[in-house]
Ligand binder design. Sequence first.
Ligand SMILES: [Zn+2]
Length: 109
Amino acid sequence: MSYNWCHGPECHTKETQSRIRGSGRDKVLRTIRIKQGGSYRTHEQYQMFNYFCNQRCLMDFIRTHLTSIVAIAPRREALETPIKVEKAQLKDYYDNPYIRTRITKVDNA
Ligand SMILES: [Zn+2]
């Protein structure tokens, strides 16, 4: 089984029972160790939690390294998604008219 240490820059300073290590009176707060591919972490949506023990550590990492992270894939111009817009006049439960806007994405593939 392989493990990662949580990448949260402040992880080892959070005062929780699960971080306490050492024997006797002199102990340490240690970074959380994360088992790889455990349960839900195999799902693409949650793979970040193979590297961070919780959302706070993830956000601490992003705040600390934001400039470097954005530099990996800079966005220098806006992206656009082609759509079609249809407007329809409808009536609500009380017979008041309202306009519904319906957006349909255009498949250019
Ligand atoms: Zn952590």
